[in-house]
Design a binder for this molecule. Structure first.
Ligand code: NAP
Length: 245
């Protein structure tokens, strides 16, 4: 890792591609030093870091699995040694393992809950301990329209994302007086690897704007929620879904 950077620091989980990469770039453009987390795609994480640097920003790459409590603890110990403050945490890492509930293997239930919901606990608790001392900070978690609607074939994912919304609202009310804001962005269908097998044509028919969203369209809302422009916004879920729900 480099020497102590100046300015604000943001941790972005799942930043090796997709929405996490777009958020990393958008926050870097706005002066944040980025901790670029990934789980398996090292090449993608290096690309994200290179793209950040191309735009004049900087970031450190950290490999860990957000669903693994021990790994997140170790990662956080490293982060604390390196940075004086943590200004923003973006809980973006997520996976899906779709299938009708009646046929859903237990492992698919647990893997999605572990990453999308327990990952929130593993990351947010240590970050909040730091932010409580700082008396400032912003946490934004990426849920999904599935957590609001309950999507067919996504009982595990819908449950995890609905849980993320409930947990964020609860935590937001606990830390609001300490200058820490906790919000959620709930994307609709966004053009990333995650939706490569989704029935796009069928879903497009359900979107009033009749198009798939772009990762940048999520990233800009996340940047706003992290900024002082959102200083009176906490405990909220902002839908970015082309009018789908
Ligand atoms: P993506 O392209 O598949 O990227 C997922 C990212 O999460 C990757 O960087 C992946 O890292 C990381 N990740 C997965 N499991 C992880 C773990 N256990 N620990 C650390 N990192 C992990 O997906 P995306 O579309 O950008 O999704 C980003 C977020 O938006 C997710 O929470 C997803 O549920 C949500 N979302 C997406 C859509 C959509 O339509 N795309 C809609 C609603 C919500 P590696 O590749 O390095 O393993």
């Amino acid at each position: 890792m480099n020497t102590e950077p100046e300015g604000k620091v943001a941790i972005v989980t799942g930043a090796s591609k997709g929405i996490g990469r777009a958020i990393s770039l958008e926050l870097a453009r706005n002066g944040y030093h980025i901790v670029v987390n990934y789980r398996s795609d090292e090449k993608g994480a290096i690309e994200t870091q290179a793209m950040i640097r191309q735009e004049g920003g900087d970031g450190d790459i950290m490999q860990f699995d957000v669903s693994n409590h021990k790994e997140t603890q170790n990662a956080f110990d490293d982060i604390l040694k390196r940075f004086k403050t943590i200004d923003a945490l973006i809980n973006n890492a997520g996976i899906a393992a779709d299938g009708l509930f009646v046929m859903m293997p237990r492992k698919d239930w647990h893997s999605v809950i572990d990453v999308c919901l327990s990952g929130f606990y593993n990351m947010t608790k240590p970050v909040l301990e730091k932010m409580v001392v700082q008396k400032r900070g912003a946490i934004v978690s990426i849920a999904s329209v599935a957590g609001l609607m309950g999507n067919r074939g996504q009982a595990n994912y819908s449950a995890a994302k609905a849980g993320l919304i409930g947990a964020s609202r609860a935590v937001a009310s606990e830390v609001a007086r300490l200058g820490i804001r906790v919000n959620v962005v709930a994307p609709g269908l966004i053009e990333t690897e995650m939706i490569k097998d989704a029935p796009i044509a069928n879903i497009k028919a359900l979107i009033p704007m009749a198009r798939i969203g772009k990762p940048d369209e999520i990233a800009k809302v996340v940047r706003f929620l992290c900024s002082e422009d959102a200083s009176y916004i906490t405990g909220q879920v902002i839908s970015v879904n082309g009018g789908m729900f």
